[in-house]
Design a protein around this ligand. Structure first.
Ligand SMILES: [Zn+2]
Length: 167
């Protein structure tokens, strides 16, 4: 989960909602991703989707059998669905998400026996850290919006900052 948190930090540095995911097989990370919906202008660019895509590429097939996925925040309907399709074996969740979580909170797509695959779920792994990064992000964002009246401006500044640190 600490690796998934590192991914979440990458998202935060871009002004994205800080969610990260990694996929592990035989103790090795084979896929990682962080939320990039704003940067990519893509509503499907969630951390889990990127990690699943990368892992499937590494394995050379869409069946991620025997793989565990670590996500800092409970996956949404789309990502929970993708995890089912990918045949993820076990899901580790940092913080539950009562407003949109589809792995036990609002729905439980990953353990719906009407579907052709179910997975084990363990929620609350490094929960404090996963929750803290989200809370501090939204706190900072609210402050910035108050200061500038415009979140887009805040994001552009962040993008510029990360460009500068790359140089
Ligand atoms: Zn999602």
């Amino acid at each position: 989960m600490s690796e998934a948190l590192k991914e979440a930090e990458k998202a935060r540095a871009l002004g994205e909602i800080p969610i990260g995911a990694v996929i592990v097989r035989d103790g090795e990370i084979i896929g990682r991703g962080h939320n990039l919906t704003e940067t990519e202008k893509d509503p499907t660019a969630h951390a889990e989707m990127a990690a699943i895509r990368e892992a499937a590429k590494v394995l050379g097939g869409w069946r991620l059998t025997g793989c565990q996925m670590y996500v800092t925040v409970e996956p949404c309907c789309m990502c929970a669905g993708a995890a089912v399709w990918a045949r993820i074996e076990k899901l580790y969740v940092g913080a539950a998400e009562p407003k949109s979580g589809a792995c036990g909170s609002l729905y439980n797509i990953v353990q719906d026996e009407r579907l052709n695959h179910c997975m084990e779920v363990e929620t609350g792994l490094m929960e404090d850290q996963c929750r803290h990064i989200m809370k501090s992000f939204f706190r900072e964002r609210r402050k910035e919006i108050k200061r500038t009246g415009n979140w887009k401006q805040v994001r552009l500044t962040k993008e510029k900052e990360s460009e500068e640190t790359k140089e």
